[in-house]
Write a protein that binds this ligand. Sequence first.
Ligand SMILES: Cc1ncc(C[n+]2csc(CCOP(=O)(O)OP(=O)(O)O)c2C)c(N)n1
Length: 410
Amino acid sequence: MPHSEPLRLHVPEPTGRPGQTTDFSYLRLSPAGEVRRPEVDVTPVDTRDIAYSLIRVLDEHGNAVGPWAPDISIETLRAGMRAMMKTRIFDSRMLIAQRQKKMSFYMQSLGEEAIGAAQAMALNRDDMCFPTYRQQSILMARDVPLHGLICQLMSNEGDPLKGRQLPVMYSIKEAGFFSISGNLATQYIQAVGWAMASAIKNDTKIASAWIGDGATAEADFDTALTFAHVYHAPVILNVVNNQWAISTFQAIAGGENTTFAARGVGCGIASLRVDGNDFLAVYAASKWAAERARSNLGPTLIEWVTYRAGPHSTSDDPSKYRPLDDANHFPLGDPIARLKQYLINQGAWSEQEHEDTQKELEAMVIAAQKEAEKFGSLADNHVFSPAEMFEDIYEQMPEHLRQQRQQLGI
Ligand SMILES: Cc1ncc(C[n+]2csc(CCOP(=O)(O)OP(=O)(O)O)c2C)c(N)n1
């Protein structure tokens, strides 16, 4: 048949712009408990249906249902609750500090707290995470001291990174938290290499790689999948699909009419798609993937479906490109509220305990901030000496850097 119609370029658009309401029916959702749980030695291609479904454990009444309901102690869940609450409180305090000009920049993880926290609790402490700038919940779950983080944020004289990095770009080797880089996606392939090294050394540690939906469009994402597949690297390949990459909707990163989990299947990697706001599902899927990796069964890709409830960063105003109350309409709700309901149903939490914990953690963050501010903040210019700028570029300072330092007279 001859075609006479002119060709049209397709440019994906979000269904909701400012002043409108998002139609979230584009998300492929499954009811809690519905998706099957294969054995960990499943052949990757046999996870295809799961890559297009959504693993969920908590139903709308806060009950844990189905084959993915994890074997997890109430103590671990209570610790998870605290880690998520601490993350959210830390974020909101640091946002204020940024507005007070005590730091130049900040990035919240509002709405995404369950993902990093639950995976951190499913891993061993010496498994290495290769995070983006939005996995501070891993640090909270691993109980990293807050005052060092705040010194980094304030670029002050106590900053472990000596003021060389943008706030939030932490580097905490002892907590298995790889140095964050501003260059999107670079850490994904580095995680695979780290996992390969662990296998080469016949070690038992695994790696956990992190990327956002937007950054999957970077070439390093595909390279990482190829290497992970070829060498059966012991790595968990996490894709946090929070629907947005700054002002860009996930459809324009390649999410329209498909899923990010499906990318893994195409590369021969076992892949799961999971409710990222369901702490129990995150824990269960992370455990499953960790067991695969530790048993030499290879990598697992997990797409976490969630919603970036806050602005991209303190330099962003989402009201310019999406509906104001979008997060309230997101069908997977809020991760803290959902775990809270579950724990209350179990008789393991209460409104009173929630309030008390909130106050206790707020006091902890405020105390840490006070401690950090003893080293100054950006507002009072207590920063590292400029002489530090020339250190650590190479292991030994070369002559030309020594001369540049001398030119500054420091
Ligand atoms: C290589 C590269 N390109 C562009 C940027 C600018 N940039 C910073 S964050 C961001 C959006 C990333 O979105 P996503 O991967 O979805 O993660 P999210 O911020 O939603 O957590 C962009 C484009 C960058 N830092 N590095």
